[in-house]
Design a protein around this ligand. Sequence first.
Ligand SMILES: Cc1ncc(COP(=O)(O)O)c(C=O)c1O
Length: 330
Amino acid sequence: MLTNQLPRVTIAHLPTPLEPLPRLSQLLGGPELWLKRDDQTGLAGGGNKTRKLEFLAAAALAVNADTLITGGAPQSNHCRQTAAAAAKLGLRCVLVLAGQPAEATGNILLNHLLGAELVWAGNAARDDAMQVAVERQQALGYRPYLIPYGGSSPAGAAAYAAAVEELAGQMQALNLPPFDRLVFASSSGGTHAGLAVGARALNLPTQVLGISIDKPLVVLTGETVAGLATDTAALLGLELAFAAGDIAANADYLGGGYGIMAEPEAEAIGLFAQTEGVLLDPVYTGRAAAALIDLIRKGDIGRSERVLFWHTGGLPALFAPQYSRQLAEW
Ligand SMILES: Cc1ncc(COP(=O)(O)O)c(C=O)c1O
């Protein structure tokens, strides 16, 4: 396996299911759509960060840390899964959330139930606020381990190189021909980088197409994913280098910005739910699915293609009032 040399804990339910989406495929008039269920990674609501945390938490344990610290948006799924990983491994958890204290709904409620300490960053810059939290925990006598925003370090991204191997094994067992594209939500870039490394390492004839959730194209491909993919490959002992042009991405669906759900996301959430019984989230997978649907309708993704949508989780955010009120009326 690509990640054999890396320390890893077992906290995810793997392999996640690989399922066809026949009713959604039919409704859209093709292509043949499949779903990789990383919303089912099994840890307190699941999602893509659980895969990353198998490596990130192992790195924390390797240096004898007793506290995981990370940060994100108030409804961060990464923060909730970090809180769950900490609970499962007997570690403390401090989460640095952007902005002012918000009502305990959705992921914020789950952070609370999982026993994490919440620090509200106000207007402080994200990385500064996380560093302050680290120093505070040290001053209190704890041994904190800082997990970067989104878990998107090379060790975290390596999980998605391993996920490509997992997918390849499932495809072989089912005797499936290669997919033309993998489509998924991309934000801090670790999922994207890991999938790109895995696909290149395994020589897959498949486009790894990240849908940007919050970044212009050049920022996502050049400043975020390409370097991380190169560093991830190096961590895995692979001599692979990635430039911005090697990273497939689409940043045409940023809408009103990060976390602003509108008609396209709501429609995608409704279509997946009502054709396949699959729940997407309002921030990431809803936006990526809206892009997928639009690219199919426009013919940019061909009707005869075989496309895998990688579900990266996020369900709890549906229950945050800024989304649930809008969805209830939709
Ligand atoms: C549900 C969901 N999908 C996708 C992503 C994006 O993954 P990445 O940060 O690895 O780009 C996130 C990140 O928080 C997420 O919570």
